[in-house]
Write a protein that binds this ligand. Structure first.
Ligand SMILES: [Zn+2]
Ligand SMILES: [Zn+2]
Length: 336
């Protein structure tokens, strides 16, 4: 570098440090992937200091999520999105709504009968909020410096609740993020065939790195530089799946995992992204519920490893499986 260029660069840096306005916005975009174990919780803080929450961890993450938000001096969440009504995504959302002021809440057009979902609906009602339907084509007005677009779900019907996951593409100048919830291959295929612009620098990997998501076709369209996997240490599902980790490395994606790095912070000035890993939080047990597996067509529930699980293995808590009328398999003798 010539002396003149060096001087110009130093002068530019000095000017920039005295006038933050010179760079456009006052604050960088900050995206926090909270370490909520086998679950999702993402906090977005925008250049004009608005806050948005995508998912809120498990029921057991309440204390951590509330204190994390308080520590970030959040008073109001302009937007809260529940990607889909599974416990590992909306678990602590009722507590968040009770504690903080909330502008708008977005949920996909799908319901479930769990207690967790019922408590979320009660919290929304207590607060006098209306639910905004999250579906492909909806734009979220969060911050004039950003574009926040919902790119899924498209209308179903889908077999799995995961495919109703709200998928959000956030763009800040030249940098984009894609947040996918637990969207699986069916929803991914739909986004691809609809011709949606999916390109993103950072991909929040779908469904905790399960093989049911992050199909090759989808990944080829997103072409991320970075991937974040929100996943619990020693989880029962074997997430993230080796196949997905290998696929991401074949696509030359730099992978960050909450089970290895703890809460991950992605900071952007609209030109590039800087990833700041944290430390994994000490976590004694992921969950003390007993998990069994059912199949797509059978009426029995099984232990992991049972020969009847070759074609499909759908996790259920033991309690849930019994409630749904499944009987213990006589071959693998699961807990009763
Ligand atoms: Zn799910
Ligand atoms: Zn999930």
């Amino acid at each position: 570098m010539s002396l003149l260029r060096r001087l110009v660069l130093i002068l530019a840096l000095v000017i920039a440090s005295f006038c933050p306005e010179a760079s456009g916005d006052h604050y960088p975009l900050r995206v926090h992937f909270l370490d909520v174990g086998q679950a999702d919780c993402i906090l977005i803080q925008t250049p004009n200091q608005r806050s948005m929450l995508i998912d809120a961890g498990n029921n057991g993450d309440e204390e951590f999520v509330l204190s994390y938000l308080a520590q970030e001096n959040i008073e109001e969440l302009a937007v809260v999105v529940g990607t889909h009504p599974h416990e590992d995504h909306i678990g602590s959302m009722d507590a968040v709504i009770d504690r903080f002021s909330v502008g708008r809440i977005y949920l996909p057009p799908v319901v479930t009968t769990t207690e967790t979902f019922a408590s979320l609906l009660s919290a929304i009602k207590r607060k006098g909020l209306n639910i905004n339907t999250a579906k492909a084509g909806v734009e979220i007005d969060l911050d004039p410096a950003l574009s926040v677009k919902i790119v899924a779900p498209h209308s179903g019907p889908y077999e799995d609740l995961n495919d109703y996951s709200v998928v959000i593409k956030l763009t800040y100048n030249r940098v984009s993020f894609l947040f996918t919830g637990d969207a699986e291959a069916s929803s991914e295929r739909r986004m691809v065939t609809e011709g949606t612009d999916l390109q993103a620098d950072l991909l929040k990997v779908g469904h905790h790195g399960s093989t049911t998501s992050t199909s090759k076709q989808f990944l080829a369209r997103v072409k991320p530089k970075y991937a974040v996997i929100s996943v619990g240490t020693g989880n029962r599902y074997g997430h993230p799946d080796r196949e997905i980790i290998n696929r991401l490395s074949r696509f030359q994606v730099e992978v960050h995992r909450t089970d290895e790095e703890g809460t991950i912070l992605a900071v952007s000035d609209g030109e590039s992204i800087k990833i700041i890993p944290g430390k994994p939080a000490p976590r004694s047990v992921v969950s003390d519920e007993i998990i069994v597996y059912i199949t797509k067509s059978g009426r029995k529930y099984h232990q992991w490893g049972c020969g009847f699980l070759q074609n499909s293995a759908i996790p259920r808590t033991l309690q849930q499986a019994k409630k749904e009328g499944y009987m213990p398999c006589s071959a693998c003798r699961p807990p009763q």
